[in-house]
Ligand binder design. Structure first.
Ligand SMILES: [Zn+2]
Length: 199
């Protein structure tokens, strides 16, 4: 069973601390889980380039696409690769830089109060069973450590930054994921598409 330690690090994840983070607002409650996807170069898997991006060490000469993003300072708390391998870049206690301009339930600046999980993938290519298995285990560990992350407070980047972001996309099986998590057979109740705020 996965477990988040007091310091916000998960012992079972491979830790690659990123400089792209800062403190959450004082007294902030961790109360939202944001699911993303990423692949570098886009649509290609493996290679370790996402880890390099989050470390601020992506070589702009390695691929034409990298020149445009290598200086961007971004991170997420976690990355789950196609084979289910789990990496952690930022302590859950700290603020990772994954959501950008965003809003959930009327409240802006989701980075302040959320945890960001990246799935290696694209909006349209099915995620792997190993990724879902790892994501479900990770979500359970996060909910155990931060109980304010209820099923109603699990969302996708596309729903907190509509019009600007599209991940994790139509490939992500919200119904299956939430069903595995909650045990409820009827999950539309929790589905983030119904949580979308008017903003
Ligand atoms: Zn995203």
């Amino acid at each position: 069973m996965l477990r988040v330690a007091q310091d916000g690090w998960l012992a079972q994840a491979r830790a690659l601390p990123s400089p792209h983070c800062n403190a959450r607002p004082v007294g902030e409650t961790i109360s939202l889980l944001v699911i993303h996807n990423i692949s570098l170069p886009p649509g290609q898997f493996g290679g370790g380039f996402v880890q390099q991006l989050f470390a601020g060490e992506l070589d702009p000469h390695c691929h034409p696409y990298f020149a445009s993003i290598s200086s961007i300072r971004v991170s997420a708390h976690f990355l789950i690769e196609r084979d289910g391998s789990l990496f952690q870049f930022v302590s859950c206690l700290d603020r990772a830089w994954h959501a950008g301009a965003s809003r959930f339930g009327g409240r802006p600046e989701c980075n302040d109060y959320s945890i960001g999980v990246e799935l290696e993938g694209t909006d349209t290519e099915p995620y792997t069973p190993a990724q879902y298995a790892a994501l479900i285990e990770l979500t359970r560990a996060l909910q155990a450590a931060y109980p304010a992350i209820t099923p109603y407070r699990i969302t996708g980047h596309e729903f907190i930054a509509p019009g600007r972001k599209t991940d994790p996309g139509s490939a992500f099986d919200w119904r299956g994921y939430l069903r595995a998590l909650t045990g409820h057979l009827d999950t539309p109740h929790f589905a983030p598409t119904t949580q979308r705020s008017p903003a």
